[in-house]
Design a protein around this ligand. Structure first.
Ligand code: AMP
Length: 246
């Protein structure tokens, strides 16, 4: 990574230009967990299209109303709606040294839109500006089908602080209650077993082709997502640092 080291936090210079990172993998692969850790490490935003869409649904925005039916079924929201939403998010100032996309792109059309968007962003920028919107590094988390299923079906989250638990792998101390603030935990409606199976099928059909898309461009890094969380993070960081080294 192209770091200037005037102010170093946790081994990472604050000014380090990280560039775009994509987390790719099926639902339940741990994309959100890893994206959060990487985002904290490099002080870049984690952009989860699922979270942005759920926020729009909760606030009954025009986008939310148009997206809800597809989300409830476990289908993808149409590309144009999601790309417009991502374009608005990427314009915010916090993306200036990079960002980590969690759940986007999910179709080849979205990936090729993103390539075009980043290319346009690079035009007319200086070297640091160009590095911030360089072609992305794509981290593919590979997990066994049954592990994905169990990770999602067991997932519970705290609506107050956003902490994520899993009733099988990482249960709260008191069943159904957040360890940190005592709020009752909730499951996402689309985490029910039927919808999850649909989401996994959607992944195989529409998102898996991205593996070849990014492999052909030499941007794909494959990591065993069934390893413990800290090992996945360590391998991800190692891959990012070696990819970004001048
Ligand atoms: P997630 O939280 O990433 O599992 O996303 C939840 C749901 O939001 C998905 O099942 C889709 O319906 C929708 N969604 C999230 N990201 C995208 C995307 N990039 N393209 C289309 N639909 C998406």
């Amino acid at each position: 990574m192209g770091a200037q080291t005037s102010s170093v936090v946790g081994g990472v210079a604050k000014e380090t230009v990280v560039g775009p990172i994509i987390m790719l993998g099926p639902p339940g692969a741990g994309k959100g967990t890893q994206a959060k850790l990487i985002a904290q490490r490099y002080e870049i935003p984690q952009i989860s299209t699922g979270d942005l869409l759920r926020d729009n649904v909760a606030h009954k925005t025009d986008l939310g109303l148009r997206a809800q039916a597809s989300m409830d079924r476990g289908d993808l929201v149409p590309d144009d709606l999601v790309c417009d939403m991502v374009a608005l998010r990427l314009q915010l100032a916090d993306c200036v040294k990079g960002f980590i996309l969690d759940g986007f792109p999910r179709t080849v059309q979205q990936a090729s839109w993103l390539d075009g968007y980043l290319e346009t962003m690079r035009a007319g920028k200086n070297a640091a500006g160009q590095a911030a919107c360089a072609p992305p590094v794509v981290i593919r988390l590979m997990v066994e089908y049954n592990n994905s299923l169990q990770r999602i079906v067991g997932r519970r989250s705290c609506p107050t602080c956003g902490r994520i638990y899993n009733i099988y792998f990482q249960p709260p101390i008191v069943e159904g209650i957040c360890d940190f603030d005592g709020t009752p935990l909730v499951s996402r409606l689309d985490d029910s077993e039927d919808v999850v199976k649909e989401r996994l099928k959607t992944y195989e059909r529409q998102t898996l082709p991205l593996v070849d898309y990014y492999r052909a461009q030499g941007r794909l890094v494959e990591i065993d997502g069934d390893l413990p969380v800290e090992d996945v993070t360590a391998r991800t960081v190692q891959a990012l640092e070696s990819r970004r080294s001048p």
